[in-house]
Design a protein around this ligand. Structure first.
Ligand SMILES: *[C@@H]1O[C@H](CO)[C@@H](O)[C@H](O)[C@H]1NC(C)=O
Ligand SMILES: *[C@@H]1O[C@H](CO)[C@@H](O)[C@H](O)[C@H]1NC(C)=O
Ligand SMILES: *[C@@H]1O[C@H](CO)[C@@H](O)[C@H](O)[C@H]1NC(C)=O
Ligand SMILES: *[C@@H]1O[C@H](CO)[C@@H](O)[C@H](O)[C@H]1NC(C)=O
Length: 762
């Protein structure tokens, strides 16, 4: 027998006592029996014979029956023993639901004699049901901003059992955010409440799944569970945050427009529009807005205009990221523009001096500054000019340079310099600038006029008309401008006795010389003076030249020789004398017949009326180079000249054994005569001057006996200036004239005088 049956037995005894005591009011007091639900079929509930106090035989004789209102047949009565037992399992929940107590009334009917006893079967609850949640999952949406302490009522579980077997407690799976608080409702139902312990953060835990357990009060308790899913709802509690607070970008200044500069990125932990970020320049100057643009969704910054390192080297952009909820974050983008060599060097001329004076040393011609707008190597420069110029570049501070003359300039050599100053930078690629300057060299009067000849010899035929243009002198000056303007002048003659001012004049502009008076060969055979050429520079420079004026005799031909047609071969025609101012070997002369117009002249061509021979004389044997001079002789063949007395020439020809002696004698005679003549001339000139009238002082001169012929005595070629007497011709004592030109310098010394004789060919 189990405990339940024992209990039932005890209760039956109690019942029995009640029934027994109250027999008289049996109709009012029902018999009460107890049974636990789910008791097995056949469980003995009561013994009617005992409860009614009847003997078994008596009871069975009265033919008892059990009658029930609601449920028929759930009790089984053994009519022989009076045992009442369960005919089926009873489910209290099915029979009564939540009603308590669950009592099944029934009647005991006796037929013989008829009697009804009321009875009840109290079906007692056992914990045979677990709490059950209607929903397998409970979804809760809780704002993350919800403050701790907030409670959320949850669906309660249901338990068919009643009383202590019903839901008594709830628990939640362990978690950091919630606990369960249990509330007793007015209807006696216990409600679970989810209470927030600490703030939620969607960004940390967006969702929670907890298991809610409902426990009943049975022993042992039974439980039921459901899932509580908690969605944490976002609020815009997070501002966008940039991945980097500072972006540093290097950007070439030649980056094309439209190129990507940088992409900034911000994160927002919120969701939805709270996490949607829009990028924009936060605070931007117009220059930045004109140079860069930003894609609002991607955060990419693009170049909108060309950069110029030389204008701006650094841009600082502040970019704002804003979410849909209005929160924002900022970052800074520093864009460093890098230089490329896009600027050629520049040359800024500060001063340029042109023209500059020649001869000046270390003269500053130009001062200039160079610069390059680039930086670094792109701004390093070298400066140069052409190599072959007399200028140098001198670097100074602050990229200043001076261009100075390196060596003296000579305008006469080069009057203009085109200087190309080249400035090259060291960037890649190298850029260069050329600056051309033209420097003119101004003239300094550093060149004296120079005469075209050191000396001029002018011939004037006597009896000339006054103001006759007798010749010109000319001087040139290599300077320029006024420094090259030459004026001519007459300088005082060496011989103060020569009345130069009355003899000649000079055109100061062109150097033309004019004879002022009619010259008289017999009075003045030659004179000389110096002319000066002066430029107009300051100070003026001058030079001078010697002018020798020879007066030619109208009447005679100095170098015409008369030769009788009948002259025999070997006939001495004439003698020429040459002098040389040099000494020693250089004055050793030799003579040579240079050229004869008719070689047969001296070879027997007697029919000829005239001929001339040319004699080259004065050959310096040892002079280097040999110098020479020539003289032209005119030889006239005359008839009836045979009566001419034979002169020393004939004698010399007759006695050619010792010609040298003869020549020496002739030479000595010439010198003596010359000296004598000079003295005579000198005295005569003095006398002429004193006499005043030219006719009165007419100087002695040999008269010609023959009609005049063209006189052509020329001292040509390379005779030095010291060849004072052009030529001396010595005739025979009776036939030839001793014709000569007056030594031009009074103190002339005939250092070397040689004589050549000219013979007819045999
Ligand atoms: C409910 O259960 C919890 C945890 O098991 C316990 O602390 C609490 O006392 C119980 N409440 C009741 C009313 O039994
Ligand atoms: C310098 O340049 C000028 C003009 O270009 C030119 O006329 C002149 O001949 C040049 N002079 C020299 C010396 O090159
Ligand atoms: C400078 O002069 C050089 C040589 O005369 C010439 O080639 C160059 O073109 C000139 N440069 C300028 C800028 O005039
Ligand atoms: C000298 O020559 C000039 C011109 O040549 C001539 O007029 C003059 O008559 C000449 N005089 C003599 C004396 O022959």
């Amino acid at each position: 027998m189990d405990a339940r049956v024992e209990c039932a037995v005890q209760q039956r005894q109690v019942l029995f006592l009640c029934v027994f005591l109250g027999m008289s009011w049996a109709a009012e007091e029902p018999l009460v029996y107890f049974v636990e639900e789910e008791a097995e079929r056949g469980t003995l509930l009561a013994n009617l014979a005992h409860d009614l106090g009847l003997g078994m035989e008596e009871l069975s004789a009265r033919e008892p029956r059990v009658i029930s209102d609601q449920k028929i047949g759930f009790l089984l009565l053994d009519p022989l023993t009076g045992d009442v037992s369960l005919n089926e399992k009873l489910d209290r929940e099915e029979l009564c639901g939540p009603k308590e107590p669950c009592v099944l009334p029934f009647q005991l009917l006796m037929e013989k004699p008829f009697e009804i006893f009321r009875a009840k079967l109290w079906v007692r609850d056992i914990n045979d049901h677990s709490p059950v949640f209607l929903d397998r999952e409970i979804l809760l949406k809780i704002l993350e901003s919800t403050t701790p302490g907030a409670a959320f009522l949850l669906q309660s579980a249901q338990d068919s059992d009643i009383g202590t077997n019903n839901v008594r407690n709830y628990t939640i799976s362990p978690n950091a955010y919630f606990h369960i608080s249990v509330h007793n409702g007015a209807d006696g139902i216990i409600y679970p409440e989810l209470v927030l312990d600490r703030p939620l953060d969607r960004e940390e835990v967006p969702e929670l799944s907890l298991i809610l357990t409902a426990l009943d009060g049975g022993s042992p308790p039974r439980s039921g569970t459901t899932l509580v899913r908690i969605l944490v709802l976002d609020i815009n509690d997070n501002a966008p945050e940039f991945v980097q607070p500072l972006y540093k970008v290097q950007l070439c200044e030649d980056s094309p427009v439209g190129s990507l500069v940088v992409t900034v990125s911000a994160r927002d932990l919120d969701t939805g529009s709270n996490g949607e970020i829009v990028y924009a320049f936060f605070y931007a100057t117009e220059r930045i807005l004109n140079t860069f643009q930003i894609n609002p969704t991607s955060g990419s910054v693009y170049l909108k205009a060309e950069l110029n390192y030389e204008v701006i080297q650094t841009y600082t952009l502040t970019i704002q990221a804003k979410d849909g909820g209005g929160l924002s974050g900022k970052c800074t983008v520093v864009i460093q523009v890098t230089d490329i060599n896009d600027n050629p060097p520049e040359l800024l001329m500060s001063s340029l001096t042109s023209p500059i004076q020649e001869n000046s040393l270390e003269t500053v011609v130009a001062v200039f500054r160079i610069r390059d707008r680039d930086s670094g190597n792109n701004a390093k420069m070298v400066c140069s000019i052409q190599d072959d110029l007399p200028f140098v570049l001198k670097p100074s501070v602050e990229n200043y340079y001076t261009l100075v003359t390196d060596s003296p300039l000579d305008r006469e050599e080069r009057a203009e310099y085109n200087i190309t100053i080249t400035v090259t930078d060291m960037g890649t690629p190298r850029l260069k600038t050329e600056h051309n300057i033209t420097v003119l060299v101004s003239d300094v009067n550093d060149n004296a006029p120079t005469f075209t000849q050191t000396s001029y010899t002018l011939w004037v035929r006597e009896n000339n008309s006054p103001a006759l243009h007798i010749g010109s002198v000319s001087a040139t000056d290599t300077d320029a401008g006024a420094n090259a303007q030459v004026t001519y002048s007459l300088l005082p003659p060496p011989d103060p006795l020569v009345p130069l001012a009355s003899l000649v004049s000079i055109n100061t502009d062109n150097g033309h010389l004019f004879a002022l008076t009619s010259l008289d060969y017999e009075a003045l055979r030659a004179f000389e003076f110096h002319v000066g050429a002066t430029d107009r520079g300051s100070p003026a420079l001058s030079s001078q030249a010697l002018v020798r004026v020879l007066v030619a005799d109208n009447a005679s031909a100095p170098c015409t020789e008369l030769v009788p047609r009948a002259a025999e071969p070997g006939y001495l025609v004439t003698k020429v004398v040459a002098v040389d101012g040099d000494a020693g070997q250089n004055a050793w002369l030799s003579y040579q017949l240079l050229k004869a117009t008719e070689p047969g002249l001296f070879g027997g061509g007697r029919q000829r009326r005239g001929a001339h021979a040319r004699l080259l004389s004065e050959r310096d044997d040892n002079g280097e180079p040999p110098l020479s001079a020539s003289v032209t002789l005119h030889v006239l063949l005359v008839d009836g000249f045979a009566a001419l007395p034979a002169g020393p020439e004939a004698e010399a020809a007759a006695a050619p054994a010792d010609p040298l002696t003869v020549y020496l004698v002739v030479a000595l005679a010439s010198v003596s005569s010359l000296f004598l003549f000079s003295v005579l001339v000198f005295v005569a000139v003095r006398l002429c001057r004193r006499g005043g009238a030219a006719s009165a002082g007419r100087c002695p001169v040999a008269e010609g006996h023959f009609p005049g012929h063209l006189v052509d005595v020329s001292g040509t070629g390379t005779l030095s200036q010291s060849y004072q007497c052009e030529v001396g011709l010595m005739g025979g004592s009776g036939t030839g004239e001793f014709k000569f030109l007056k030594p031009i310098l009074p103190n002339l010394a005939f250092q070397n005088l040689s004589v050549a004789s000219c013979y007819l060919n045999p």
